[in-house]
Design a protein around this ligand. Sequence first.
Ligand code: G16
Ligand code: MG
Length: 210
Amino acid sequence: NITACIFDLDGVLVDTAGYHYQAWRVMANDLGFDFTELQNEKLKGVSRIDSLKLILGWGNVTKSEEEMLFLAQKKNDDYLKMIEQMTPENLLPGASDLLKYLKANSYKVALGSASKNAKLILDKTGVLPLFDAIVDGNIVTSSKPDPQVFLKAAELLNEQPENCVVFEDAEAGVEAALRGKMHVIGIGDKEILGDADFVVKSLEEIEYNN
Ligand code: G16
Ligand code: MG
């Protein structure tokens, strides 16, 4: 009996991966190297500082803790400039309709994201009022596949994990939901998200009455 839905942000509700990629690439290019879109896949759902460490590793660049904080800050400033331009048009197909349907039918709705900018993105895209709880990178201490982010969301919603369904586009996110004993719908590729209860290409394919 599903009473609550928990959404990942990047790749499920919005496509911010492209913005992250652009901003990280500017930094990498400044440091004298580049990385591919395929490498960027590895950064999905990974925290800002862990993403930075991975990228520096790809470029064989070593930086002090202090320099890393500076680089992460600079990247985030560039990223925020892109986020500022976001509008409801940037919601992925089906996201707005599903969120409105859930609200209208008294489901509880939470966000479970690694991003520290999650609230701003929900605000810019106009869906912030549709959420009952936000669990983001400012709260979470253990990243996916650790189930902490989703368990915290269930707790804030006052719901049992078995009554929650998670919407996830990343393999680590699907694993986190399963470890949390929740239902999970994969958004994306069946080959990658095969452990999910079922997989759809986008939220547009989710069927519900009305
Ligand atoms: C998102 C992105 C990651 C990003 C992370 C932290 O995760 O997929 O690429 O590194 O948030 O973002 P920020 O730098 O804004 O704190 P999710 O969990 O929403 O898919
Ligand atoms: Mg994601």
